[in-house]
Design a protein around this ligand. Structure first.
Ligand SMILES: *Cc1c(COP(=O)(O)O)cnc(C)c1O
Length: 224
């Protein structure tokens, strides 16, 4: 099933839209099946889970961190990941910079936007994004390459459209500012239920889990 799902999605995605397979709770075997069907980027939410999968799969795919990253996990994360999509504070960026310096790596990052402006959620508030990007751009071992957003949890993907649009407008605004060491290339928005709307609103990177791997039965903490 995974193979067919991947092929169908890859067939349907417009040119220039990059697929990230969101692999939380999936086994290395499931992830490998997706890779064999053409997936090139794996998105992981937890460093520990990524480590286990990376041990088996290694560089047969690129690895994106798409979950909230804790400062004490950065040292491990920078060794595994090819991109961190969820930078939302100077403190986190500073730690990524520090740990990357030690291993001679420049980490591509996306700034996560809390487009729903929900206090309990991760991501930076929309009106603070420009300042954060400017500050992060100073770090030598980090390269800002775009924005990522989740949007609020809503049943109807159409209701997410305004949040995707707002994030895209921010993306374009920052791109037009031509900030040194910032290259706005990627706009990561949309999941299984919402990626079509996200692409209509300008996403060129989509993070799809369920539609590739099927419904999730377990999460990190146990059965759902
Ligand atoms: C789980 C997850 C996805 C994919 O969600 P699906 O609904 O399973 O496609 C995308 N992005 C992030 C950050 C996720 O945690």
């Amino acid at each position: 099933m995974i193979r067919e799902n991947v092929k169908k999605i890859l067939d349907e995605l417009p040119d220039g839209v990059i697929l990230v397979a969101a692999a939380k709770t999936r086994t290395p075997e499931e992830i490998l099946e997706a890779i064999e069907a053409g997936v090139q980027i794996i998105g992981e939410n937890y460093v520990q889970e990524a480590e286990r999968a990376y041990e088996v799969i290694g560089n047969r795919a690129k690895w994106h961190m798409i979950g909230h990253l804790q400062k004490n996990k950065v040292k491990k994360a920078v060794r595994i990941f090819d991109m961190i999509e969820t930078v939302d504070s100077v403190k986190l960026a500073k730690e990524i910079d520090k740990q990357c310096k030690k291993i001679g790596k420049v980490m591509p990052v996306l700034v996560e936007v809390n487009s729903g402006e929900e206090p309990q959620k991760s991501g930076v508030m929309p009106d603070e994004v420009v300042d954060l990007v400017k500050e992060i751009s100073q770090f030598e071992n980090i390269k800002v390459e775009g924005l990522m957003t989740m949007g609020p949890l809503l049943d109807d993907p159409e209701e997410l459209r305004p949040y995707f649009r707002k994030t895209r407008e921010l993306f374009e605004r920052i791109r037009d500012m031509d900030i040194p060491n910032v290259e706005m290339k990627y706009l990561s928005m949309g999941m299984s239920d919402s990626y079509k709307v996200a692409i209509e609103e300008g996403a060129n990177m989509v993070r799809i889990g369920t539609k590739i791997f099927g419904p999730r039965i377990y999460n990190e903490k146990g059965p759902l």
